[in-house]
Design a binder for this molecule. Structure first.
Ligand SMILES: Cc1cc2nc3c(=O)[nH]c(=O)nc-3n(C[C@H](O)[C@H](O)[C@H](O)COP(=O)(O)OP(=O)(O)OC[C@H]3O[C@@H](n4cnc5c(N)ncnc54)[C@H](O)[C@@H]3O)c2cc1C
Length: 354
Protein backbone atom coordinates (compact mmCIF):
# COMPACT_ATOMS: atom_id res chain seq x y z
CA UNK A 1 0.00 0.00 0.00
CA UNK A 2 1.48 3.34 -1.06
CA UNK A 3 1.15 6.32 1.29
CA UNK A 4 2.22 9.78 0.12
CA UNK A 5 2.95 12.30 2.88
CA UNK A 6 3.01 15.91 1.74
CA UNK A 7 5.16 18.03 4.09
CA UNK A 8 8.07 16.80 6.20
CA UNK A 9 7.69 19.08 9.20
CA UNK A 10 6.91 17.92 12.71
CA UNK A 11 3.71 16.07 11.72
CA UNK A 12 4.81 14.50 8.40
CA UNK A 13 8.23 13.33 9.57
CA UNK A 14 6.89 12.01 12.87
CA UNK A 15 4.13 10.02 11.11
CA UNK A 16 6.72 8.17 8.98
CA UNK A 17 9.06 7.64 11.94
CA UNK A 18 6.38 6.17 14.19
CA UNK A 19 4.72 4.05 11.48
CA UNK A 20 8.03 2.48 10.39
CA UNK A 21 8.89 -0.30 9.98
CA UNK A 22 5.68 -1.52 8.39
CA UNK A 23 4.56 -2.95 5.03
CA UNK A 24 3.43 0.52 3.89
CA UNK A 25 5.54 2.23 1.23
CA UNK A 26 5.92 5.86 2.35
CA UNK A 27 6.88 8.65 -0.03
CA UNK A 28 7.67 11.96 1.65
CA UNK A 29 7.20 15.02 -0.53
CA UNK A 30 9.13 17.87 1.07
CA UNK A 31 11.28 20.50 -0.71
CA UNK A 32 13.54 21.07 2.31
CA UNK A 33 16.48 18.77 2.95
CA UNK A 34 15.81 18.65 6.68
CA UNK A 35 13.10 18.39 9.33
CA UNK A 36 13.11 21.50 11.52
CA UNK A 37 11.94 22.30 15.05
CA UNK A 38 10.31 25.73 14.89
CA UNK A 39 9.97 25.95 18.67
CA UNK A 40 13.75 26.47 18.82
CA UNK A 41 13.82 29.39 16.35
CA UNK A 42 13.54 32.05 19.12
CA UNK A 43 16.57 30.45 20.83
CA UNK A 44 18.48 30.51 17.54
CA UNK A 45 17.52 34.16 17.05
CA UNK A 46 18.89 34.90 20.52
CA UNK A 47 22.14 33.07 19.71
CA UNK A 48 21.43 30.28 22.21
CA UNK A 49 20.48 27.25 20.06
CA UNK A 50 22.83 25.90 17.37
CA UNK A 51 21.71 24.87 13.89
CA UNK A 52 22.42 21.20 14.60
CA UNK A 53 20.05 21.39 17.61
CA UNK A 54 17.06 22.39 15.52
CA UNK A 55 17.31 20.40 12.28
CA UNK A 56 18.00 16.83 11.14
CA UNK A 57 18.65 15.64 7.55
CA UNK A 58 15.71 13.90 5.87
CA UNK A 59 17.86 11.94 3.39
CA UNK A 60 19.52 9.66 5.96
CA UNK A 61 16.31 9.44 8.00
CA UNK A 62 14.26 8.30 4.98
CA UNK A 63 16.95 5.81 3.94
CA UNK A 64 16.96 4.35 7.46
CA UNK A 65 13.19 3.81 7.59
CA UNK A 66 12.83 2.73 3.93
CA UNK A 67 10.87 5.79 2.79
CA UNK A 68 11.40 7.70 -0.46
CA UNK A 69 12.11 11.42 -0.19
CA UNK A 70 11.02 13.56 -3.15
CA UNK A 71 12.67 16.97 -2.69
CA UNK A 72 9.98 18.93 -4.48
CA UNK A 73 6.94 21.03 -3.72
CA UNK A 74 3.54 19.39 -4.18
CA UNK A 75 1.43 21.49 -6.54
CA UNK A 76 -1.93 19.70 -6.63
CA UNK A 77 -3.84 16.44 -6.22
CA UNK A 78 -5.16 14.76 -9.36
CA UNK A 79 -7.19 11.64 -8.50
CA UNK A 80 -4.74 9.27 -6.81
CA UNK A 81 -1.67 11.24 -7.87
CA UNK A 82 0.25 14.06 -6.19
CA UNK A 83 1.49 16.41 -8.88
CA UNK A 84 4.86 17.82 -7.82
CA UNK A 85 7.16 20.32 -9.53
CA UNK A 86 8.88 17.63 -11.63
CA UNK A 87 7.46 14.27 -10.51
CA UNK A 88 4.07 12.63 -10.13
CA UNK A 89 3.57 10.42 -7.06
CA UNK A 90 0.84 7.79 -7.09
CA UNK A 91 -0.80 6.79 -3.82
CA UNK A 92 -3.41 4.60 -2.20
CA UNK A 93 -3.58 7.09 0.71
CA UNK A 94 -2.30 10.64 0.99
CA UNK A 95 -1.65 12.70 4.12
CA UNK A 96 -1.48 16.48 3.82
CA UNK A 97 0.81 18.01 6.48
CA UNK A 98 1.98 21.23 4.88
CA UNK A 99 1.75 23.54 7.92
CA UNK A 100 0.57 27.14 7.77
CA UNK A 101 1.66 30.35 6.04
CA UNK A 102 2.51 33.68 7.68
CA UNK A 103 -0.43 36.09 7.77
CA UNK A 104 0.40 39.76 7.19
CA UNK A 105 -3.27 40.83 7.32
CA UNK A 106 -2.67 43.13 4.35
CA UNK A 107 -0.83 45.70 6.51
CA UNK A 108 1.42 47.92 4.41
CA UNK A 109 5.17 47.24 4.68
CA UNK A 110 4.84 44.19 6.93
CA UNK A 111 5.99 41.72 4.29
CA UNK A 112 9.35 43.55 4.27
CA UNK A 113 9.96 42.97 8.00
CA UNK A 114 11.85 40.08 9.57
CA UNK A 115 10.02 36.92 10.56
CA UNK A 116 10.91 33.75 12.45
CA UNK A 117 8.35 31.52 10.78
CA UNK A 118 10.92 29.54 8.76
CA UNK A 119 14.54 28.64 9.43
CA UNK A 120 15.72 30.69 6.43
CA UNK A 121 13.91 33.76 7.78
CA UNK A 122 15.24 33.16 11.30
CA UNK A 123 18.80 32.87 9.97
CA UNK A 124 18.33 36.15 8.10
CA UNK A 125 17.10 37.84 11.28
CA UNK A 126 20.02 36.45 13.32
CA UNK A 127 22.54 37.66 10.72
CA UNK A 128 21.00 41.14 10.85
CA UNK A 129 21.30 41.20 14.65
CA UNK A 130 24.96 40.10 14.51
CA UNK A 131 25.96 42.51 11.73
CA UNK A 132 23.97 45.62 12.67
CA UNK A 133 23.58 45.65 16.48
CA UNK A 134 20.02 47.13 16.29
CA UNK A 135 19.26 49.36 19.27
CA UNK A 136 15.43 49.35 19.04
CA UNK A 137 13.71 46.11 18.09
CA UNK A 138 9.94 45.96 17.67
CA UNK A 139 8.27 42.56 17.84
CA UNK A 140 4.77 42.69 16.40
CA UNK A 141 2.45 40.04 17.82
CA UNK A 142 2.50 38.60 21.32
CA UNK A 143 1.62 34.96 20.77
CA UNK A 144 4.00 32.21 21.91
CA UNK A 145 6.58 33.15 19.26
CA UNK A 146 6.47 36.87 20.06
CA UNK A 147 6.88 36.57 23.83
CA UNK A 148 9.62 33.94 23.55
CA UNK A 149 11.57 36.03 21.02
CA UNK A 150 11.15 39.22 23.11
CA UNK A 151 12.49 37.62 26.29
CA UNK A 152 15.45 35.93 24.68
CA UNK A 153 16.46 39.10 22.81
CA UNK A 154 16.06 41.21 25.96
CA UNK A 155 18.36 38.82 27.73
CA UNK A 156 21.01 38.45 25.04
CA UNK A 157 21.24 41.96 23.51
CA UNK A 158 21.97 45.43 24.75
CA UNK A 159 18.90 46.83 22.96
CA UNK A 160 15.44 48.24 23.72
CA UNK A 161 12.91 45.55 22.96
CA UNK A 162 9.24 46.36 22.34
CA UNK A 163 6.38 43.92 22.02
CA UNK A 164 3.30 45.22 20.22
CA UNK A 165 -0.13 43.65 20.60
CA UNK A 166 -3.47 44.78 19.14
CA UNK A 167 -5.50 43.10 21.91
CA UNK A 168 -5.50 44.35 25.51
CA UNK A 169 -3.02 41.78 26.88
CA UNK A 170 -0.11 39.66 25.72
CA UNK A 171 -0.84 36.01 24.83
CA UNK A 172 -4.54 36.82 24.26
CA UNK A 173 -5.28 33.19 23.32
CA UNK A 174 -4.30 32.11 26.86
CA UNK A 175 -6.06 32.78 30.20
CA UNK A 176 -5.78 36.27 31.79
CA UNK A 177 -3.69 34.74 34.63
CA UNK A 178 -1.14 33.41 32.12
CA UNK A 179 -1.01 36.81 30.40
CA UNK A 180 -0.43 38.54 33.76
CA UNK A 181 2.36 36.18 34.71
CA UNK A 182 4.07 36.53 31.33
CA UNK A 183 3.70 40.35 31.29
CA UNK A 184 5.35 40.49 34.73
CA UNK A 185 8.26 38.34 33.56
CA UNK A 186 8.69 40.38 30.36
CA UNK A 187 8.65 43.70 32.28
CA UNK A 188 11.26 42.35 34.70
CA UNK A 189 13.54 41.72 31.73
CA UNK A 190 13.00 45.30 30.56
CA UNK A 191 10.72 44.50 27.60
CA UNK A 192 8.41 47.43 26.74
CA UNK A 193 4.87 46.08 26.35
CA UNK A 194 2.45 48.01 24.15
CA UNK A 195 -1.02 46.43 24.25
CA UNK A 196 -4.19 47.74 22.52
CA UNK A 197 -1.78 49.06 19.89
CA UNK A 198 -2.54 48.31 16.26
CA UNK A 199 0.11 48.55 13.55
CA UNK A 200 -0.99 50.63 10.53
CA UNK A 201 2.21 50.56 8.47
CA UNK A 202 5.83 49.52 8.75
CA UNK A 203 8.23 51.96 7.09
CA UNK A 204 11.99 51.63 6.70
CA UNK A 205 12.91 53.12 10.08
CA UNK A 206 9.63 53.43 11.98
CA UNK A 207 6.26 51.83 12.67
CA UNK A 208 3.07 53.85 12.56
CA UNK A 209 -0.05 52.91 14.50
CA UNK A 210 -3.75 53.29 13.83
CA UNK A 211 -4.04 56.04 16.50
CA UNK A 212 -1.70 58.21 14.40
CA UNK A 213 1.37 57.78 16.62
CA UNK A 214 4.64 56.23 15.46
CA UNK A 215 7.86 54.83 16.92
CA UNK A 216 11.37 54.71 15.46
CA UNK A 217 12.84 51.27 15.10
CA UNK A 218 16.03 49.63 13.76
CA UNK A 219 14.54 46.17 13.33
CA UNK A 220 10.91 45.02 13.04
CA UNK A 221 9.97 41.36 13.51
CA UNK A 222 6.50 40.13 12.54
CA UNK A 223 5.20 37.16 14.56
CA UNK A 224 1.45 37.80 14.40
CA UNK A 225 -0.76 35.15 12.94
CA UNK A 226 -0.87 32.34 10.41
CA UNK A 227 -3.19 31.57 7.49
CA UNK A 228 -3.86 28.62 5.14
CA UNK A 229 -1.18 28.27 2.46
CA UNK A 230 -2.09 28.75 -1.23
CA UNK A 231 -1.46 24.99 -1.75
CA UNK A 232 -4.27 23.92 0.59
CA UNK A 233 -6.56 26.72 -0.59
CA UNK A 234 -6.48 25.15 -4.05
CA UNK A 235 -7.21 21.57 -2.91
CA UNK A 236 -10.71 20.30 -3.60
CA UNK A 237 -11.34 19.20 0.01
CA UNK A 238 -13.82 20.23 2.72
CA UNK A 239 -12.62 23.42 4.45
CA UNK A 240 -13.34 25.42 7.60
CA UNK A 241 -12.06 29.02 7.60
CA UNK A 242 -9.73 27.95 4.77
CA UNK A 243 -8.15 25.06 6.74
CA UNK A 244 -8.68 21.40 5.69
CA UNK A 245 -11.64 20.12 7.67
CA UNK A 246 -11.12 16.57 8.94
CA UNK A 247 -13.41 14.14 10.73
CA UNK A 248 -12.55 12.64 14.15
CA UNK A 249 -10.27 10.14 12.36
CA UNK A 250 -8.34 12.98 10.66
CA UNK A 251 -9.90 12.00 7.34
CA UNK A 252 -10.73 14.86 4.96
CA UNK A 253 -12.33 12.91 2.10
CA UNK A 254 -12.00 9.35 0.70
CA UNK A 255 -8.32 8.38 0.88
CA UNK A 256 -7.12 11.89 1.85
CA UNK A 257 -6.05 12.65 5.44
CA UNK A 258 -4.75 15.90 6.92
CA UNK A 259 -3.03 16.77 10.20
CA UNK A 260 -0.99 19.44 11.97
CA UNK A 261 -1.23 23.17 11.32
CA UNK A 262 -2.93 22.83 7.90
CA UNK A 263 -5.93 20.98 9.36
CA UNK A 264 -9.05 22.06 11.25
CA UNK A 265 -9.23 19.31 13.89
CA UNK A 266 -12.32 19.58 16.07
CA UNK A 267 -13.42 16.53 18.04
CA UNK A 268 -16.21 16.49 20.64
CA UNK A 269 -16.30 20.31 20.67
CA UNK A 270 -12.55 20.61 21.31
CA UNK A 271 -10.65 22.51 18.60
CA UNK A 272 -6.96 21.54 18.38
CA UNK A 273 -4.43 24.35 18.69
CA UNK A 274 -1.86 24.84 15.94
CA UNK A 275 1.06 23.68 18.06
CA UNK A 276 3.92 21.22 17.83
CA UNK A 277 2.34 19.26 20.65
CA UNK A 278 -0.85 18.67 18.64
CA UNK A 279 1.02 18.06 15.35
CA UNK A 280 3.09 15.34 17.01
CA UNK A 281 0.07 13.68 18.66
CA UNK A 282 -1.93 13.71 15.42
CA UNK A 283 1.02 12.13 13.59
CA UNK A 284 1.25 9.33 16.17
CA UNK A 285 -2.51 8.79 15.90
CA UNK A 286 -2.37 8.48 12.09
CA UNK A 287 0.60 6.08 12.31
CA UNK A 288 -1.55 3.87 14.55
CA UNK A 289 -4.49 4.34 12.16
CA UNK A 290 -2.44 3.11 9.16
CA UNK A 291 -1.08 0.11 11.07
CA UNK A 292 -4.66 -0.86 11.90
CA UNK A 293 -5.76 -0.35 8.29
CA UNK A 294 -3.30 -3.08 7.24
CA UNK A 295 -4.76 -5.41 9.84
CA UNK A 296 -8.30 -4.47 8.83
CA UNK A 297 -8.96 -3.24 12.39
CA UNK A 298 -10.77 -0.04 13.29
CA UNK A 299 -9.41 2.80 15.45
CA UNK A 300 -10.89 5.01 18.15
CA UNK A 301 -11.44 8.62 17.18
CA UNK A 302 -8.67 11.16 17.82
CA UNK A 303 -8.66 12.91 21.18
CA UNK A 304 -7.52 16.56 21.26
CA UNK A 305 -5.07 17.34 24.10
CA UNK A 306 -4.25 21.05 23.59
CA UNK A 307 -7.48 22.78 22.59
CA UNK A 308 -8.18 26.46 22.06
CA UNK A 309 -10.23 26.61 25.28
CA UNK A 310 -7.87 24.45 27.32
CA UNK A 311 -4.30 25.22 26.32
CA UNK A 312 -1.30 23.06 27.14
CA UNK A 313 2.06 24.77 26.71
CA UNK A 314 5.52 25.37 28.07
CA UNK A 315 6.43 29.00 27.48
CA UNK A 316 10.10 29.80 27.88
CA UNK A 317 10.93 33.36 28.82
CA UNK A 318 14.69 33.41 28.56
CA UNK A 319 17.23 31.23 30.30
CA UNK A 320 15.98 31.66 33.85
CA UNK A 321 12.20 31.72 33.70
CA UNK A 322 9.33 29.82 32.12
CA UNK A 323 5.59 29.31 32.47
CA UNK A 324 3.84 25.97 32.30
CA UNK A 325 0.15 26.00 31.26
CA UNK A 326 -2.34 23.13 31.56
CA UNK A 327 -5.93 24.24 31.05
CA UNK A 328 -6.80 26.89 33.66
CA UNK A 329 -3.67 26.22 35.73
CA UNK A 330 -0.52 28.16 35.01
CA UNK A 331 2.70 27.97 36.96
CA UNK A 332 5.51 30.47 36.64
CA UNK A 333 8.88 29.15 37.63
CA UNK A 334 11.65 31.72 38.05
CA UNK A 335 14.35 29.10 37.62
CA UNK A 336 15.89 27.12 34.78
CA UNK A 337 13.63 24.14 35.57
CA UNK A 338 10.78 24.48 33.03
CA UNK A 339 13.03 26.31 30.57
CA UNK A 340 15.49 23.40 30.60
CA UNK A 341 12.67 20.88 30.33
CA UNK A 342 11.22 22.62 27.25
CA UNK A 343 14.60 22.98 25.60
CA UNK A 344 15.32 19.30 26.27
CA UNK A 345 11.92 18.19 24.82
CA UNK A 346 12.44 20.27 21.65
CA UNK A 347 16.02 19.06 21.10
CA UNK A 348 15.07 15.42 21.80
CA UNK A 349 12.43 15.59 19.08
CA UNK A 350 15.09 16.42 16.49
CA UNK A 351 17.52 13.78 17.82
CA UNK A 352 14.96 11.04 16.96
CA UNK A 353 15.58 11.71 13.25
CA UNK A 354 19.38 11.50 13.45
C1 LIG B 1 8.87 30.47 15.90
C2 LIG B 1 7.88 29.39 16.29
C3 LIG B 1 7.88 28.91 17.59
C4 LIG B 1 6.99 27.89 17.97
N1 LIG B 1 7.03 27.44 19.26
C5 LIG B 1 6.22 26.42 19.60
C6 LIG B 1 6.27 25.88 20.92
O1 LIG B 1 7.05 26.34 21.76
N2 LIG B 1 5.45 24.83 21.23
C7 LIG B 1 4.60 24.30 20.31
O2 LIG B 1 3.90 23.33 20.64
N3 LIG B 1 4.50 24.80 19.06
C8 LIG B 1 5.29 25.84 18.69
N4 LIG B 1 5.21 26.37 17.42
C9 LIG B 1 4.22 25.80 16.48
C10 LIG B 1 4.74 24.51 15.85
O3 LIG B 1 6.06 24.66 15.40
C11 LIG B 1 3.80 24.11 14.71
O4 LIG B 1 2.51 23.97 15.23
C12 LIG B 1 4.25 22.80 14.07
O5 LIG B 1 5.51 22.95 13.44
C13 LIG B 1 3.23 22.30 13.05
O6 LIG B 1 3.72 21.14 12.45
P1 LIG B 1 3.31 20.79 10.94
O7 LIG B 1 4.06 19.54 10.62
O8 LIG B 1 1.85 20.83 10.80
O9 LIG B 1 3.88 22.00 10.08
P2 LIG B 1 5.39 22.42 9.84
O10 LIG B 1 6.27 21.97 10.94
O11 LIG B 1 5.33 23.87 9.51
O12 LIG B 1 5.82 21.60 8.53
C14 LIG B 1 5.19 21.77 7.31
C15 LIG B 1 6.15 21.30 6.22
O13 LIG B 1 5.44 21.25 4.99
C16 LIG B 1 6.29 21.67 3.96
N5 LIG B 1 5.46 22.16 2.85
C17 LIG B 1 4.70 23.27 2.78
N6 LIG B 1 4.07 23.34 1.58
C18 LIG B 1 4.44 22.23 0.89
C19 LIG B 1 4.13 21.73 -0.40
N7 LIG B 1 3.30 22.39 -1.23
N8 LIG B 1 4.70 20.57 -0.80
C20 LIG B 1 5.53 19.88 0.02
N9 LIG B 1 5.86 20.31 1.26
C21 LIG B 1 5.32 21.47 1.69
C22 LIG B 1 7.14 22.77 4.60
O14 LIG B 1 8.37 22.94 3.90
C23 LIG B 1 7.34 22.22 6.00
O15 LIG B 1 8.54 21.49 6.12
C24 LIG B 1 6.08 27.37 17.02
C25 LIG B 1 6.06 27.87 15.70
C26 LIG B 1 6.97 28.87 15.34
C27 LIG B 1 6.96 29.41 13.93
Amino acid sequence: MKVAVIGGGIAGAELIRVASPCPLQFTLIEPKKQVEMQALYPEYLGGVARLQDLAAPLKSFCERVGAVHIREKALSLEGNTVVCEKSRVEFDYVVVATGAAQNYFGIRGVENTFSINTLEETKRARRYVEDNYPERIMIMGSGLTGVEAASILAESLDASIYIIEAKDRVLPQFSPQTSQLVEKALSKKGVNILTSTEVAEVKEDCISFTDGSCLDCDMAIWTAGVKPSPFIQDLDLPKKNGWILVDPHLNAKGNVFAMGDCAWVEVDGKLATKTGLEAERQAKYLAHHFRNLIKGATVEKYSVRASTDSQVALISLGADCAVGVVGKTCIGVPTRLIYSLKSWIDKSFIKRFK
